[in-house]
Ligand binder design. Structure first.
Ligand code: AVJ
Length: 332
């Protein structure tokens, strides 16, 4: 059950509803704050304020990931779109950062005259805005956008791929999934694609603790504000009374798991009331809420992860400082 809207002659929006049994924001928050240790899913960072803060993060010098990936695409994008025989269409998980997606779209439209770009994104507004700008900028481009959760959209079989497809999961977004979830996502993506289709997987590489922890705890405090915004969002949407200033942002690289974990740590003991949930939560002084895992990879780990979706390695590129990797994998 999907809803199709032809926004313009080159932009179609397909809305995929949540599948039954998938917890809502309210359910997830209630479960996470009742858990021990407490946790909140990083997917809830991205309301309008959180998305704007993330955008600011991508421009911080300490958060090298975005610039490193953009450099790989600027240097090697021409090769990425030509390694699968043209013509190809694009399927992107995420509506893409304007600059990076445009780089690849621009390269593809140099190799072929027509391109269909299919982004999947939870935010209908982000999709509408970026898609309208893209069809405006590229006369050879059609956009078929899917509004919904990646898992729901891929499981719904609503994704229609007419030609050979190059799928994209960029920005180290794969790093925000726990290993089991990441493998499940790649399995679903592998199922949606056909043999010979490709996957561009952008992932942050393992490196020294100091660089990683600084990237997730910048001195200007933008990442701290991004992390704390999830509490402000809970206050706004679930009628809660978190004293946001009582929480310190902590970023810690757990080398054994290969994850930079973000936490909100209560300075003083607190009692929080979430009126919409009819819930009271107690936090001890120093107690932490886990808010994000950002896994880091070796090239071999990226290849092994992709193998679970039926993908074989075809090529890989690093930025010039070897901080970030983009792999091209081919569905077998
Ligand atoms: C780009 C969404 C994967 O984990 O690096 C940035 C989000 N969190 N700073 C990441 C993020 C804190 C991010 N993703």
């Amino acid at each position: 059950m999907t809803i199709r809207t032809a926004v313009s002659d080159r932009f179609e929006l397909i809305t995929v509803p949540r599948s039954r049994g998938v917890p809502s924001f309210a359910d997830d928050v209630a479960r996470g704050l009742n858990a021990d240790p407490k946790q909140l899913s990083s997917k809830y960072f991205y309301d309008a304020v959180g998305s704007a803060l993330f955008d600011a993060i991508t421009r911080l010098p300490e958060y090298y990931l975005t610039a490193a990936e953009a450099q790989v695409l600027a240097d090697w994008g021409w090769q990425m779109v030509r390694l699968l025989d043209a013509p190809v269409d694009f399927l992107e998980l995420g509506s893409g950062s304007a600059i990076k997606t445009r780089l690849l779209i621009g390269e593809a439209l140099r190799a072929q005259t027509q391109l269909c770009y299919s982004p999947i994104d939870i935010s209908t507004e982000a999709l509408r805005e970026s898609s309208l700008a893209l069809v405006e900028a590229y006369p050879g481009l059609r956009v078929r956008a899917y509004a919904g959760d990646y898992f729901d959209v891929l499981e719904s079989h609503a994704v229609r791929l007419d030609r050979k497809t190059l799928a994209m999961l960029m920005g180290s977004n794969i790093g925000n999934y726990e290993p089991g979830e990441g493998r499940e996502l790649l399995r679903l993506l592998g199922d949606a694609l056909r043999p010979g289709d490709g996957l561009l997987l952008g992932a942050d590489l393992k490196k020294d603790r100091a660089t990683l922890e600084l990237a997730y705890d910048d001195p200007a405090g933008v990442t701290a504000a991004f992390d704390r915004n999830v509490l402000a969002r809970i206050n706004r949407e679930l009628n809660a009374d978190f004293d946001v200033r009582n929480f310190t942002h902590v970023a810690h690289y757990d080398e054994a798991r290969g994850s930079v974990d973000s936490f909100l740590e209560a300075r003083e003991a607190a009692v929080v009331t979430l009126r919409s949930l009819n819930l009271q939560v107690r936090l001890a002084a120093g107690e932490r809420i886990h808010t994000e895992s950002s896994y880091k990879f070796t090239d071999d780990e990226i290849v092994a992860l992709a193998a679970t979706g039926g993908f074989a390695p075809a090529a890989a590129w690093h930025d010039r400082a070897n901080r970030f990797a983009v792999h091209l994998l081919v569905r077998e």
